[in-house]
Design a binder for this molecule. Structure first.
Ligand SMILES: [Zn+2]
Length: 518
């Protein structure tokens, strides 16, 4: 082996190790903009655009990543430099995204002056620090109530360590959505915002739901204390993510396929509950889940059963451990999944397409099973129409991509399964087997269909251009994929070639080489 290739191997191994480690959280700040309304405190929040990489379709507050220049901003009555910098970041983001300048002295600016100050900032003519100085404006820490620091869980490909601040909207200033980041939003009574989430009308991440709930409780002296009443508001890892009422995602560390590092276990139900895909083979992670289940049982809730979306090891690795800890536990899955698991995991009950799992509670949850093969033959998805919630298993995931392996998968079945998702009447959120939930379900399903069809076209044109084996197709069509992943890509190509062959678009000769008419 030449030295060059050793270096290359070491480098790609390093890249792989990095790829399978959670992303490092970046410093960010967000503003919970509030005002007193006739019916109680109001918050200004908005829905994030469907095309965004981070939390598409989620309701959120203005905010964003820290800028290098934020450290130059002077903050009156501030604590140490670090928190002053994050406060400056929050003030800048609030100004850029909603046009609200929470600075002392801003009250003497006319609307026109305020607009030209904003233009100075967004055009890049001046940094935030420079323009504050130039116009004689001052940020004052007393205008920014610290409301906790939340860290995005490790299952997300993008992570932030976000400082939250509550800011009372300055008099005479009216927030409006100025960036493409948000597609709709506005002032809403905080209690109504929370109720709308409870009614499955929108999706938001835990710190946002915690914020609207806290603000709904009043803007009194104890506001910070109430914001900090949960340990996750002081950077403790969020282990239970309730994206919608009764749909709790518990990401557990598993030996899964990079860039994912965890598999999502879902605990669904508000009184009766089921556990989907307890996949971690690691004892410490199994304990995290068992502890959660025990808390629910202690609260009088009823553990109905474990349900498996499919048989892959990173989705079933913790089933027997859970069964060992909770006697009499039953496991349900599709018949084909049960067959694939024979001798490894016992399946007690089969679930067929159209079966309904009704979970009593407030709200009650009614999950309809859908047999959605493609990733595996026995793959199941679960849909609750009232909640607009779809558990997609590994058919659609919040991080990485879906592998269609010809041995147990089928591109044709997969596309048909995605088409069934498309036909569902109401969709608020997709809950996939890996990564964060998706709040822009229709755009995501379309993106997946589009991606598959694009791959198919690329593969067909590679064959037309003379690529005759899966490896040759990969070399031509998968230039965007890391060489370490080429063996996997070749398997995906085989799955596509089989479909193209069935479609009569490619032919295979006696020695297995593919050709196609130009
Ligand atoms: Zn899988």
């Amino acid at each position: 082996m030449s030295e060059a290739s050793t270096v290359q191997d070491a480098q790609s191994e390093k890249a792989e190790a990095q790829a399978s480690r959670p992303a490092v959280p970046k410093d960010a700040a967000a503003v919970v903009l509030v005002r007193e309304g006739a019916g109680g405190p109001e918050v200004f929040w908005a829905r994030r655009g469907a095309a965004l990489a981070f939390q598409p379709g989620f309701y959120a507050f203005p905010g964003g990543q820290r800028d290098e220049a934020d450290a130059e901003v002077e903050v009156e009555n501030g604590a140490e430099r670090e928190s002053a910098t994050m406060l400056a970041c929050a003030a800048r983001e609030l100004f850029e995204e909603l046009g609200v300048l929470a600075a002392r002295g801003a009250e003497s600016l006319t609307k026109g002056q305020l607009a030209s100050v904003l233009d100075d900032l967004t055009s890049g003519r001046m940094t935030f620090a420079a323009l504050l100085k130039h116009y004689g404006l001052k940020l004052d820490a007393r205008d920014f109530t610290f409301a906790g620091r939340w860290v995005t869980p490790p299952f997300s490909p993008r992570r932030f360590d976000t400082h939250f601040f509550v800011v009372r909207c300055p008099r005479k200033q009216e927030p409006r959505l100025l960036t493409a980041e948000f597609d709709e939003g506005g002032w809403e009574r905080a209690s109504e915002a929370y109720e709308r989430w409870r009614r499955f009308e929108l999706m938001a991440a835990p710190p946002v739901i915690h914020a609207v709930r806290t603000v709904a409780g009043g803007l009194g002296e104890d506001l910070t204390e109430r914001f900090l009443s949960v340990p996750q508001a002081s950077r403790e890892q969020v282990r239970r993510i309730e994206f919608l009422p009764g749909f709790v995602c518990v990401p557990l560390r598993t030996p899964t396929k990079p860039p994912a590092t965890t598999t999502n276990c879902y605990v669904v139900g508000t009184r009766d509950f089921v556990v989907f895909d307890p996949g971690s083979p690691y004892e410490d992670e199994q304990q995290v889940l068992a502890e959660f289940v025990r808390e629910l049982l202690d609260a009088g809730r009823r553990f109905r059963e474990v349900i498996l979306t499919h048989h892959h090891p990173d989705h079933v690795g913790g089933v027997e451990s859970l069964r060992g800890q909770f006697g009499g536990l039953k496991v349900a899955a599709h018949r084909l999944t049960a067959e694939a698991l024979e001798g490894r995991v016992r399946v007690d009950r089969f679930i067929e397409d159209g079966d309904v799992i009704s979970l009593e509670g407030d709200p009650s949850i009614r999950l309809r099973a859908m047999h959605t093969p493609g990733h595996t033959r026995g793959h199941l998805s679960f849909y609750d129409e009232r909640a607009g919630a779809l558990l997609t298993g590994d058919n659609i995931v919040g991080v990485g991509s879906v592998l269609i392996d010809p041995e147990e998968g089928s591109v044709r079945d997969y596309l048909a399964s995605l088409e069934r998702y498309r036909q569902l009447p109401r969709l608020v959120a997709l809950f996939g087997g890996h990564g964060p939930a998706v709040g822009s379900p229709r755009a995501k399903v379309d993106e997946y269909v589009g991606h598959r069809l694009k791959r198919e076209r690329e593969i067909l044109s590679a064959v037309r251009a003379g690529a005759a084996t899966p490896e040759e197709v990969v070399a031509r069509a998968y230039t965007d994929v890391h060489p370490k992943m080429h063996a996997l890509a070749a398997r995906a190509v085989v799955a596509h070639l089989l479909k193209l062959e069935e479609d009569g678009l490619v032919r295979r000769d006696a020695v297995g080489r593919f050709t196609a008419d130009a």
